[in-house]
Design a protein around this ligand. Structure first.
Ligand code: IMP
Ligand code: MG
Length: 185
């Protein structure tokens, strides 16, 4: 992996390290897309994209899936700056019809797992034929809550650092970076 990529001058000193270069990300997303294409062949799954953080991952992953699939978008919000508020708001689920469908939740990052846990509670009783989760990142952390649903597909496991780019933000900034960077602390 290109862990030695330099941080572009425009993003210094806020971003202290490039954790995943754009090429590493692209290679891994292509692999995941191939795996999902194989496992969901003939099932026309719904990719349930959890905005905003996973917009770039979902966009690349969708293009890496060669089989027919649909895209739906919901919104989950729990962070203020670099801290979780402990309360998860989920919006937009009422507009998605899941009865009898195979659903793949597309997340940006699972940290404490609170967002994923709340989301699964909201998905209960909506009649999906199956629900799996695909997350761009999983953070290795002692903050993980109990009874967090299993993450079925993970692009990368990362250390317990606050990261930005490739869709992830701090106060809505840095989402557009094509790489994943470690934010200054
Ligand atoms: P969890 O509920 O603690 O698992 O956190 C999930 C949400 O927190 C993610 O969907 C992100 O929006 C946000 N988050 C957690 N860690 C980071 C990070 O390192 N950078 C940016 N956002 C993060
Ligand atoms: Mg966020």
């Amino acid at each position: 992996m290109e862990r030695t990529d330099a941080v572009p001058a425009a993003w210094q000193p806020d971003i202290v390290e490039v954790l995943l270069g754009a090429n590493d990300i692209s290679r891994r997303v292509t692999e995941l897309g191939a795996l999902i294409s194989k496992e969901y062949s003939g099932l026309t799954p719904i990719l349930l994209v959890v905005l905003k953080g996973s917009f770039m991952f979902a966009s690349d992953l969708s293009r890496a899936i060669s089989e027919p699939h649909e895209l739906e978008f919901i919104r989950a919000k729990s962070y203020q700056g670099t801290c979780s508020t402990g309360q998860v708001q989920i919006q937009g689920l009422e507009a998605v019809s899941m009865r009898g469908r195979h659903v793949i939740v597309i997340e940006d990052i699972v940290d404490s797992g609170l967002t994923l846990k709340s989301l699964y509670q909201s998905l209960e009783g909506l009649g999906a034929a199956s629900i799996k989760t695909c997350s761009f990142l999983e953070k290795e952390t002692a903050r993980r809550k109990e009874h967090v649903p299993k993450i079925d597909y993970i692009a990368f496991i990362i250390p317990d650092k606050f990261v930005v780019g490739y869709g992830l933000d701090v106060n809505q900034k840095y989402r557009q970076l094509p790489f994943l960077g470690v934010y200054k602390t």
